[in-house]
Design a protein around this ligand. Structure first.
Ligand code: AMP
Ligand code: MG
Length: 422
């Protein structure tokens, strides 16, 4: 065996001792986090995607009145015919917003529209398609109906005084709809996490600058921006910081003074220009930096003052993989005190995937549903950690855990889709 010791890189094939498993790393990161408790009051539209800082108790019942679920005729269920037809007198109309002001006796009915209040004496609606209109004032119905049909009971959706939404719930489009149905126009939500991020590297150029030999455009700051933008966080884009200790020290302390979370990319390996780890050791606290995964192996996690720090690798795919697997759950927990379950599913693998035991691989896949409804997944081709097109073409991660030793064509494999409803 070689006596040359090897520092971790995102291209490593063989797991080294002292590396952390993906799930353990995630748990360690979450254990470090104290969720934000500060809050503010926001109007409903502005509260979309934000985390409730209070329980919401319903001030009213929804629906407020028992009403019709159909256009038709309201009548008393006990008056329904059995074994024959029956003729009813139409004594008035109840429209949504214009209820019938009277009561309805046996043998009578009220023309009623969807959402209109059920008149006193009625508990059943016969839909208009099931009625024979004899003349403007009378109808005939047969015996195929049952008492209570086509009626929405007061409070059946939400009961007054009940807890509708719990504190620390993230507000969805449905939730702001529910809140508006209760007449609630403002809610108390938690402050959003402030996230400062910058790229590091002497070779990085901004869009618009010419590229000298060996230069690359800074793409990590854009993919990070995109991933962060989808979360409910406040962004502080600090640009590119060059590979020198002085500039990085300054950037670290500036970022930490402004933000709850500091994210960098690049400079976390052990190259000559990789300053992130020593500077974090000097200005803050470092927790670990080796994870048994691919890509994304050299990840630095720690703290600068009160801020959480994530030093993501430089390779563009590794940035995205480590963000989704570690940073996003951390930000969600910081924002809400809740750990969001990431949905995964099984799909049939098209083509073979080679893999060695010992580390977790996040391959980029295209998940499709075949005509028979079965989910199928295939790799996006080149899986190098610098090949950002592999992410661009993908719509899921193919999850190959530590124990997996490759997948054969047609075998079922676990996938994690990128897009879910929010
Ligand atoms: P590093 O971890 O700094 O050694 O970077 C690893 C690889 O990622 C190198 O090829 C870098 O040029 C590339 N890289 C680092 N940062 C960025 C960035 N912000 N945008 C695009 N590529 C980057
Ligand atoms: Mg670098």
């Amino acid at each position: 065996m070689s006596s040359i010791s090897r520092a971790p890189s995102c291209c490593d094939d063989v797991p080294e001792t002292g590396t952390l498993k993906v799930e353990d790393a995630r748990q360690k990161i979450l254990a470090e986090i104290e969720p934000i408790t500060a809050s503010e009051k926001l109007t409903l539209r502005n509260a979309l995607g934000r985390v409730l800082a209070e329980d919401i108790i319903s001030p009213i019942s929804v629906p407020g009145h028992t009403n019709s679920a159909m256009d038709g005729y309201a009548l008393a269920g006990i008056s329904l015919p059995q074994g024959s037809d029956r003729i009813y007198n139409v004594i008035g109309k109840s429209l949504a917003g214009a209820p019938f002001n009277g009561s309805c006796d046996t043998g009578q009915c009220v023309r009623i529209m969807t959402g209109a209040v059920m008149p006193p004496g009625t508990d059943t609606v016969v839909m208009q398609e099931h009625v024979e209109r004899l003349d403007p004032d009378s109808i005939r119905i047969d015996d195929r109906h049952h008492a209570g049909q086509n009626v929405r009971q007061a409070g059946e959706d939400i009961a007054a005084g009940g807890t509708v939404l719990h504190s620390s719930h993230t507000l969805t489009p449905a939730d702001i709809g529910v809140l508006s149905s209760l007449g609630i126009g403002e809610v108390r939500v938690r402050r959003r996490p402030r996230v400062a991020f910058f790229s590091t590297g002497d070779e990085l150029r901004s869009i618009g600058e010419p590229l000298a030999q060996g230069d690359v455009y800074d793409s990590n700051r854009y993919s990070l921006y995109g991933m962060l933008k989808r979360l409910s966080v406040e962004l502080l884009d600090m640009g590119v910081v060059r590979d020198n200790a002085e500039d990085l020290r300054k950037a670290f302390s500036e970022a930490a003074s402004m933000a709850d979370v500091v994210i960098t990319s690049g400079g976390v390996s052990v190259g000559e220009a990789d300053y992130i780890k020593p500077i974090l050791e000097e200005t803050g606290e470092i927790h670990f930096w080796k994870i048994a995964m691919k890509p994304g192996r050299p990840l630095t996690h720690g703290r600068i003052g009160n801020s959480l720090f994530f030093g993501l690798p430089g390779n563009p795919v590794a940035v995205m993989v480590t963000f989704y697997q570690f940073v996003q759950p951390a930000l969600e927990f910081l924002a809400s005190s809740r750990i969001k379950q990431q949905l995964t599913m099984m799909a049939s693998c098209s083509g073979n995937i080679r893999k060695r035991k010992g580390r977790y691989e996040f391959q980029r896949g295209i998940l499709e549903q075949g005509a028979n409804g079965i989910l199928m997944v295939r790799k996006t081709g080149q899986q190098g950690s610098g090949v950002l097109m592999s992410m661009s073409l993908a719509n899921c991660f193919i999850l190959l855990d530590e124990d997996c030793e490759g997948v054969a064509d047609g075998e079922m494999v676990r996938v994690q889709p990128f897009v879910t409803f929010v």
